[in-house]
Design a protein around this ligand. Structure first.
Ligand SMILES: [Zn+2]
Length: 330
């Protein structure tokens, strides 16, 4: 048992590529963590067993028994109802549809469990321990393979009627745009994500545009990723720079919509794509400034996420603590 006597909780962040689990204390320190590959193509039972195994490994690392953590918080990509504890649908986890995930994990681990969307968990992580400490009204936006978001109003996650709020990546930006995995067309994430950036690069190369991008992908068009485009842009490739500016422009269009709707004090931007930095974010902020209401734009601050890949797992752990405290104060 660690000497640190502050309350411990277990956070689990279930994504389309990895399951990240951590034992954290109430100050946001991670005492142990475990990472494993999400068995996306396997059965529902295999995914659930991987989650439970990961939790046990994280606990075992520091010799903490399940009975010594006060609760378990689970953040999962997709649309879920936190109150009912049900994951309705997760585009990256086709095996988990209409699953009472909270109760299943609660039963397997024998510990009170809470479920939430992964972007909401990341927003809470930044609220408690990161870039949004002390901010009552803010938006957390993650720019990654997709685009996700968390809305914090009056220090609480706004989750909507059935827990589906915050799906900012699926607001329509171009009614005739590319088809999205949600079935709609022209969603924000089809234009402003890492996947979109890589897709545009592949398309332009197939059309015959001259670029050095391919050299960074071992000559294979199918190996082009957002990171590849970024590497080429850093070396001055003009197509790569143009595509990053274009992606930034679309990020800005979506940000303008969000600024006009929510008038937030702060927008925290995280996710792997945002690591590109100014080359991507300057055109994004410029476009947002041109399109949003001036007063609302002048009132908003932008910050980059501080917790990196741990924002979701720390937020999920903090959510469990927060909910357990509510219960005990009853
Ligand atoms: Zn969509």
């Amino acid at each position: 048992m660690p000497k640190d006597m502050t309350a411990l909780s277990l956070g689990i962040d279930i994504g389309g590529t990895k399951i990240l689990t951590a034992v954290a204390n109430s100050r946001g320190a991670i005492l142990s963590s475990d990472e494993s590959v999400t068995p996306v193509t396997k059965s529902r039972e295999a995914v659930i067993q991987s989650i439970v195994d990961s939790a046990h490994r994280a606990l075992k690392q520091i010799c903490v028994a399940t009975s010594e953590v006060c609760g378990v918080g689970v953040g999962v990509a997709g649309v879920s109802n936190p109150e009912a504890g049900i994951l309705f649908t997760s585009p990256n986890l086709p095996g988990l549809r209409d699953v009472p995930l909270r109760d299943i994990i609660q039963e397997r681990l024998g510990k009170k469990t809470f479920l939430m969307n992964d972007a909401n968990a990341a927003a809470l992580g930044e609220f408690y321990f990161g870039a949004a400490r002390g901010v009552r009204n803010f938006l957390y936006i993650t720019l990654s393979t997709g685009v996700g978001g968390g809305i914090v109003c009056d220090e609480k996650i706004y989750s909507g009627a059935i827990g589906g709020a915050g799906e900012v990546g699926h607001m329509t930006i171009d009614d005739d745009g590319p088809i999205c995995k949600c079935g709609n067309r022209g969603c924000w994430e089809t234009l402003a994500s890492g996947t979109a950036l890589a897709r545009e690069a592949r398309q332009r190369i197939r059309e015959g545009v001259k670029t050095s991008i391919l050299e960074y992908a071992e000559g294979d068009v199918d190996r082009i990723t957002a990171e590849v485009v970024h590497s080429a842009a850093e070396q001055g490739d003009s197509l790569a720079r143009e595509l990053i500016t274009r992606t930034g422009y679309y990020i800005g269009v979506g940000l303008a919509n969000l600024i006009n709707i929510f008038n937030p004090e702060l927008i925290v931007i995280g996710g792997g794509l945002s690591n590109i930095g100014d080359m991507l974010l300057e055109p994004a902020f410029k476009t947002a400034g041109e399109r949003a209401y001036k007063e609302a734009f002048l009132a908003v601050r932008f910050a980059t996420a501080e917790l990196g890949r741990n924002s979701g797992v720390l937020g999920a752990a903090a959510f469990a603590l927060q909910e357990m405290r509510k219960t005990s104060w009853g």
